[in-house]
Every structure is written in C-alpha cells, then in structure tokens.
Design a protein around this ligand. Sequence first.
Ligand code: ZN
Length: 330
Amino acid sequence: MPANPIAPTVDYEADGVQHGFLRLPWSRNESAWGNLMIPITVIRNGEGPTALLTGASHGDEYEGPVALMDLARTLQPGQVSGRVIIIPFLNYPAFRAGSRLSPIDGANMNRIVPGRPDGTVSYKIADYLQQSLLPLADIVLDFHSGGKTLDFVPFAAAHALPDAAQAARCHAARDAFGAPYSVTMLEIDAVGMFDTACEEMGKVFVTTELGGAGTATARSVGIARRGLRNLLVHAGIVAGEVDRKPTQWLDMPSVDCFSFAEDEGLYEAMVDLGDPIKKGEVIARVHATTRTGQPPQDIRAKLSGVLAARHFPGLIRPGDCASVVAVLVD
Ligand code: ZN
C-alpha cells in the first residue's frame, strides 16, 4: 500500500493550541494541484490521555460540529492534561454540501473505515483516521444525529462488546456523557463503521444520536456541549466534576427494535419520540398516495419499550427505516 497523501499542518506532539488543516491533495477541474483543507484543532499540555473528537462523519448532522467548534475556540492548554484532537467536520465535502454522503465520491464515511490510501477522497480520509489518528487516541467521541431522514431521542451510546472490561470502560464513558438517554446500541450493519475500528483497536468509544431532521436545536446542542465537557472530565483530560443528570438507560436487544417500510406512501406517526409503546401496537401508518379508499399499512412494534427513533420526512419508501423501539432498563 502507498503512504497516505494527507499532510497535517499541525504537530500532534507540540504543546499549546494549533488551529490547522488536514491537507489532502485533490486534483480536479477547478484546481489542478488543489487540496481539500479539512479543519483540525490540536490542544496539548504535557503528558496525559488523548481524546479524539469528531463530528459530521455524516454531513447533515449538526450538534457535534457546533459543540466541537465551540470547544476548539474556547479550550485553553492550561485547562488540559494530555491532548485533545478536534475534527468538527470529518466528512468535510459532505458537510459543505449539507448531505449525508460525500458529493465527491458518494461514500458514507461511517461505512468505509479503514479506507484506502489509494482510494477516492473519502477513503483517503478514512485511511488517515485508521492509520494516523486512531493510534494516538485513548478515548474517541464520534457525534452523530439522524440527519435529514431520521430523528432520535437524544442519546449517547456504546455497544455490547465481547471484551467485558472494554465494554465496561465504554459504558462508563457513555454514562459520564450524561445525555437524557443512554443506549447500549445494536447496529444493523457494523462493517466499515468507525465505531468498529475504534473498538477493535481497544479504544474507549462513545457515539451519540442527539436529534436529527437535518438541523440542531438549542436543547440538542446544549446536550452535546455538556456531554463533551463531561467526557473530557471523565477521561481525566479536563479538571472538575462530571455534571451528572438523570438518564434513562435503553437497550436494543435484537433486530426486532427496527421496523422498515415495505410500502411507499404518506407517513403518519401514531406515537412520538420518547413515548411508551407495547408489542403489537401501531407505531406508524403508511397511506397510499395513488388512490383514495385504500386502508393504510400498519407498522407495529415487535417489542415493548419507547420510540427511540423515527423516519422524519412526510413521505416514506420501501426499505426506509420507519422506527426504532428501544427497551427500558432500570
Ligand atoms: Zn450519522
């Protein structure tokens, strides 16, 4: 494999604050010897753990970018023991386009890790993440939300992992984040996820789903800011106390949590996010749009819990994720 072409303009070993770029050569019609300049901040103060903090892996998810831009602007080296690496817009072309996937190569940044150094732009970013950034990190926080097509109750999440000690470290960090909901998350397709790469490298990994609908709210950004600080305190990088607030633990025990549309049509929510739902009850209905007089198709809960996520746009298509039900944990 060739070397990754990304050249950082920051020095990861230097003390102080550096605002710079991951410079990725990107030759194109508009700029023959041009580069993609991905913003990055490194804040280091002596020895200590390293936190790698990323947002906009999907370009239409906004709580992470807002909270990370704030942190990059305000965190001082004197407040840090160790190192904080902040990349507010990991899939920068997607973020600039306001789209989930990269407009350059159509890639989903959270399905192509570990990437390739000789791949397209997104694959090169993923390879740099895997080969150069992840090995520096002790703890990783990767912000997500629902984007334009999903909406979530605000939660921090960790996965069920085969290594019980590592799972305990991840779950403790998730709980320290302190979102209103704390989820032990099941993925429908974990191959190529940044999450999986972090966990396989033995890192403490926390992700989030803090809202969605292609925007961020004052409330959801507040959760992101507070969680970010809590995580850095928990990691021993920033001094202080974790700001503990009540959280509702949720589990996703099986693929029965997910419902996928089998018909296209007009989506009618029958319950709202955070509402309780019992197995067999109707979560949503899909109305025909081609003729009147047709009964709607019911989407029913396959287990009891609360509505943790829902399809957001008013129209739904076959295969779309209609809803996610998560199970209450005491
Ligand atoms: Zn996402």
